[in-house]
Design a protein around this ligand. Structure first.
Ligand code: ADP
Ligand code: MN
Length: 516
């Protein structure tokens, strides 16, 4: 390698450059020649010196926002797409850093400066802006559109007699082509020919233009993919920035890795840091639940939130991303209610958009096992059953909630007791389907403990009555469910007629009791 090689290693764009770049201008042979160890050493030394010089000149250029998260060893690497996107993100960041360096080089100490802002690949994150409504592509001006198109006279020529110059004149055309290269984006390396009297042939110019366009399209495609990539693992660049910010602010110490990837959410483990405010204590270990911002999986869950009157007014007005945030918000509110009632559940730390941070149930990065995965002694099994019966009653009566996804999958065994998690879909009992959800919960619980050998376990209908305080007497499932639906309908009719929501169902045929 020669000195050009060293310079190329530090060049900003790893993309294909014009052909002249790879050729040595001094005509040295392009084939590699064997060289002595000393040569190799001096080349390395040159590289090192160059790096040192660069670092000294631009010390702030650290790969932006690099946190423990992205370098974490135990990050889920099972998705090729995810990996590719993360690499692209890294690449884009390096590119931006280089862009910033170029900007600095050009501007120097000059009072008037130019900005490459519009050419950045990664756009700065601003938590308070309503960036959701603004697509970066809409806000950029098109870098490839010539500001002032050079006009050719309509008649296609200028001058007279033997001095006539047509638009096809090689020299004029070549110069014009060279000038038009300025309109390519800065990442597109056209060399410094613009300052010289360089004449580009139409053929070369068109080839370059074509390449510039396809590069832009490629870049736009990648960005578009990134915007929607949450579908894969819920950590799209937006989410990643949210997480980086939590680490950067010191609120979280480190994000160690992924605990669970579900259809609707991804859960990470993190070590807590220090809170900015004195009164708040961050738990030593946290769970970060990231709600996936893809709508596909949430579509069939609309009914949980659409009909929840607490969210009803807002639902219709929101865009999809905001609806996802409402899931996170719902989980936060429900957890807070449970916490206040003393039900063992994660404690809310903070909610940021679709990311909910809560206390971690488990220890040393190991999450507490789900009830379905743990083998309990008969005694513990019985203890767990009575605890759950109690919690379901508290949830219904004190929190005015029905879990709506209660099963051995959403109960953790920790510290000798059962902890309830996953309450984003929980609703109030007067939700149009609230009692049906409760019945389903009862069926899951009852079946689990009956199978688990707890002789005292009530059957699903008995459990339903014990939790709700209702007294449905039907002795078979079909009739029981019919009665439940009749109750729900009665409640809905009351809402229709009175415009008010009932807070409790009456158990003995009395007129329903109003909350307000
Ligand atoms: P999903 O909707 O994906 O089921 P969950 O809230 O149930 O979301 O979380 C998925 C899994 O992540 C849980 O089964 C549990 O193993 C783990 N998990 C969630 N929250 C916590 C927490 N606070 N502490 C420990 N583990 C948790
Ligand atoms: Mn779950």
């Amino acid at each position: 390698m020669d000195s050009v090689g060293v310079a190329a290693a530090a060049a900003p764009d790893a993309g294909p450059g014009p052909a002249w770049q790879s050729k040595c201008p001094w005509g040295a042979p392009s084939t590699s020649i064997s060289c002595s160890l000393a040569d190799v050493m001096s080349e390395q030394l040159a590289k090192e010196l160059q790096l040192e010089e660069e670092n000294a000149a631009f010390p702030e250029v650290v790969a932006a926002a690099e946190g423990p998260f992205i370098t974490g060893e135990n990050i889920d690497t099972s998705s090729d797409l995810m990996l590719a996107q993360m690499l692209q993100m890294e690449f884009d960041r390096e590119y931006d850093a280089q862009l910033r360096r170029e900007e600095k080089k050009i501007n120097g100490d000059s009072k008037v400066s130019i900005s490459f802002e519009n050419y950045r690949k990664v756009h700065p994150y601003d938590s308070d802006s309503s960036e959701d409504e603004v697509d970066w592509q809409d806000t950029r001006h098109d870098p490839y559109r010539a500001d002032k198109p050079t006009t050719t006279p309509k008649r296609g020529f200028i001058g007279k007699g033997k001095d006539i110059t047509t638009k096809h004149d090689e020299v004029v055309c070549g110069r014009k082509n060279t000038a038009r290269m300025e309109n390519f984006a800065p990442e597109f390396q056209v060399g410094d020919g613009i300052g010289m009297d360089l004449k580009l042939s139409n053929q070369v110019f068109n080839a370059l233009k074509q390449h510039a366009y396809s590069e832009e399209r490629r870049s736009a495609r990648l960005h578009e993919k990134k915007e929607h990539s949450t579908a894969e693992k819920a950590v799209d660049p937006r989410t990643r920035l949210l997480l980086y910010k939590m680490v950067n602010s010191g609120m979280l110490e480190t994000i160690t890795g992924c605990i669970s990837t579900g259809k609707e959410s991804v859960v990470f483990h993190a070590y807590g840091g220090k809170s900015a405010t004195e009164d708040k204590v961050i738990p030593p270990e946290c769970a970060i639940k990231v709600f996936k911002t893809t709508l596909n999986e949430f579509k069939n869950r609309d009914k949980y939130i659409k009909d929840d009157y607490r969210f009803k007014d807002r639902f219709s007005k929101l865009n999809p991303r905001k609806i996802i945030r409402m899931w996170a918000e719902k989980e936060m509110h429900n957890l807070t209610r449970m916490q206040n009632a003393g039900i063992p559940c994660p404690q809310v730390v903070i909610l940021k958009k679709h990311v909910l941070v809560m206390s971690f149930i488990g220890q040393d990065q190991v999450p507490a096992p789900k009830l379905k995965d743990v083998t309990l002694s008969n005694e513990d099994m019985k203890k767990a059953y009575y605890q759950i019966l109690n919690m379901m009653q508290q949830l219904y009566r004190e929190c005015n909630l029905v879990h709506a996804d209660l099963s051995e999958y959403n109960m953790l065994w920790h510290d000798g007791k059962v902890w309830l998690i996953d309450v984003s879909q929980s609703v109030e009992p007067t939700h149009p389907h609230g009692l049906e959800f409760l019945f389903r919960d009862c069926r899951n619980v009852s079946q689990f403990f009956q199978k688990g050998g707890v002789a005292e376990a009530l059957n699903e209908r008995e459990l339903f009555n014990a939790v709700s305080g209702l007294n449905i007497t039907a002795d078979n499932e079909v009739d029981f469910q019919a009665e439940i639906e009749a109750l729900e309908k009665m409640n809905e009719d009351h809402v229709q007629n009175h415009g008010k929501k009932l807070s409790t169902f009456s158990s003995d045929g009395d007129p329903p009791i109003y909350d307000e």
